[in-house]
Design a protein around this ligand. Structure first.
Ligand SMILES: [Zn+2]
Length: 195
């Protein structure tokens, strides 16, 4: 299960505040025994991450996992990142924050609807480059920031701070709620997937 990952993404933190906030959250996780203090655990394609700590079992639901299992590294990103659910991330639609209507990306046969995804694809590129990245709604004609569109959360999340747990069973709701509090009550999205 080493390729399964879950990322807690902070949607609200600024790029300037991301690193100090990450340091506070890591200090909390180390103090709780959820992770070890030193980056010694290898991460696929990245520098080493934090190893799981002695109390990992208290923050996950491992009921569906066969014993013995071993969690992998925690990797922390502190720069503007598009967090995706892996190569199969393919959202079906997105919801306009103004009129709350759906823009569909595929028809019933899962064929791409022309022009549906393109504005989002362009906005993602703009956002990664540091721009505001507005997407115009085909229903109400209002332009809204990419990050305010909803419904893509299981595939994509946009933020300057993300905590990726590699090979951990599902994080418990109680742990995720405490995580949100430690992120100063910011809006968060949980992205999970496999690579
Ligand atoms: Zn709209």
């Amino acid at each position: 299960m080493g390729d399964y990952f879950q990322t807690v993404v902070d949607r609200d933190v600024t790029e300037a505040d991301a690193a100090p906030l990450a340091a506070r959250v890591v200090a909390w996780l180390v103090a709780e025994g959820v992770i070890g203090p030193d980056r010694t655990e290898p991460v696929l394609g990245r520098g080493p991450g934090y190893p799981p700590g002695p109390r990992i079992r208290e923050v996950v639901d491992s009921s569906g996992w066969s014993e013995p299992w071993q969690g992998g590294a925690l990797h922390v990103d502190v720069t503007r990142t598009v967090f995706d659910a892996g190569q199969w991330a393919d959202p079906s639609s997105a919801r306009c924050p103004r009129c709350e209507r759906e823009t569909e990306f595929h028809d019933e046969a899962w064929q791409e609807i022309p022009g549906g995804w393109a504005p989002f694809s362009e906005a993602i590129e703009d956002w990664e480059a540091g721009a505001e990245a507005l997407v115009r709604c085909a229903h109400c004609d209002a332009s809204s920031p990419l990050v305010d569109w909803s419904g893509m959360g299981h595939c994509f999340a946009f933020g300057a701070l993300g905590f990726t747990f590699w090979g951990w069973p599902d994080l418990t709701p109680a742990f995720l709620a405490e995580f949100d509090r430690r992120l100063d009550g910011h809006r968060t999205v949980l992205v999970s997937g496999k690579i």
